[in-house]
Design a protein around this ligand. Structure first.
Ligand SMILES: Nc1nc2c(ncn2[C@@H]2O[C@H](COP(=O)(O)OP(=O)(O)OP(=O)(O)O)[C@@H](O)[C@H]2O)c(=O)[nH]1
Length: 328
């Protein structure tokens, strides 16, 4: 860790400031540790790797190796990279499993990426379904269902692109999709406000089923939670800034991106939504994201899958009966 002078410093790594926010401790019930599976999706260069390391407050993922100039034009296919990190947040142990998707949106054929991601999410549901049907349960079964997908939007300042709309629409039915604006410090505060508005207009116009924080009218939430959720809805999509370096400012650890014209403080609410998003993911809404995955998204998938299987079995039985009748 370096301080502003470039020297090694011994500052404590805790740089976030959210412990006093409402809603903390809401899900502090997991003694063994709460598993949380988070997928990161977004085009190359939007800051996913930096975000991951900033979220975990340590270097979990190394920066991607850049191809040589001769190879730079060859689009690498998308792949899944897994990172397992044990965290402790506000007294709660979290077994964080991050699934990164380098190579997404690299080529002209995005359909293959869409299918790969959807199949990955559904394959985790299939594993739970198979486990539920086992006579003897596997006590070591690891639930790898994706509890949230962070979708990184490019800070163009325009509006959503076709790739964003398509992907979020496809995944929204299978996972809690949370849109975020990557490298948001490239927009001025006014540009950011307008960009957020345009994105949310597109979300409404195209009926994109993003995770929209439980509506207090639908749920039996207390007043404080209802207010918090209403505020979080107005912040969507979250504007993120990532930075792995921690500096020492008057004895206080801060993460800043330094530019010739000034600094961007990652954990300062006036500079970015990073701190708030981190709090949502690892504290206030970790329980809701997990519950929604289990009770709504998985249940829907399970019903669809079993109905399809039942319909297929009925069709096979009808065909067999027909063949038997012909043979008789
Ligand atoms: N301005 C700005 N630059 C950032 C931010 N986060 C990361 N970067 C820089 O953007 C570049 C790409 O960051 P990565 O974290 O490697 O992006 P990625 O999305 O993982 O990209 P791939 O590894 O190519 O898939 C690096 O030079 C980072 O230092 C940010 O919040 N703001």
């Amino acid at each position: 860790m370096r301080d502003g002078s470039g020297e090694e410093s011994n500052v404590a790594p805790s740089v976030h400031s959210y412990s006093s926010r409402p809603g903390s401790h809401r899900y502090k019930n997991a003694k063994k540790g709460l598993p949380f599976n988070l997928m990161l999706v977004g085009e190359p260069g939007l800051g996913r790797t930096t975000f991951l390391n900033t979220l975990c407050e340590r270097q979990v993922a190394a920066p991607a190796e850049l191809p040589s100039p001769e190879q730079a034009h060859i689009a690498e296919p998308m792949r899944f990279k897994h990172y397992a990190v044990d965290m402790e947040e506000d007294g709660m142990k979290i077994m964080l499993n991050i699934i990164d998707t380098p190579g997404f949106g690299n080529g002209t054929d995005n359909e293959t990426c869409f299918n790969q991601i959807q199949e990955y999410i559904e394959a985790q549901y299939d594993e739970v379904l198979a486990e539920e049907n086992r006579i003897k349960r596997n006590t070591k079964f690891k639930d790898t269902r994706v509890h949230a997908v962070l979708y990184f939007i490019s800070p163009t300042g325009h509006s959503l692109r076709e790739i964003d709309i398509e992907l979020m629409k496809r995944l929204g039915a299978r996972a809690n999709v949370i849109p975020v604006i990557g490298r948001s410090d490239s927009l001025t505060p006014r540009e950011l406000v307008l960009f957020k508005q345009r994105i949310m207009n597109d979300v409404a116009h195209y009926g994109i089923p993003v995770y929209n924080f439980p509506n207090p009218e639908d749920d039996d939430e207390d007043e404080e939670t209802a207010e918090e959720n209403a505020e979080l809805r107005t912040m969507m999509p979250f504007a993120t800034v990532g930075c792995e370096e921690v500096f020492n400012e008057d004895g206080r650890p801060v993460r800043v991106r330094t530019y010739p014209w000034g600094v961007v403080q990652v954990d300062n609410d006036e500079h970015s939504d990073f701190d708030r998003l981190r709090y949502v993911l690892l504290n206030s809404h970790i329980g809701d994201l997990r519950e929604r995955t289990q009770n709504d998204l998985y249940e829907l998938y399970r019903t669809e899958k079993l109905s399809t299987n039942a319909a297929a079995a009925a069709a096979v039985a009808a065909e067999a009966a027909q063949l038997r009748a012909v043979a008789a």
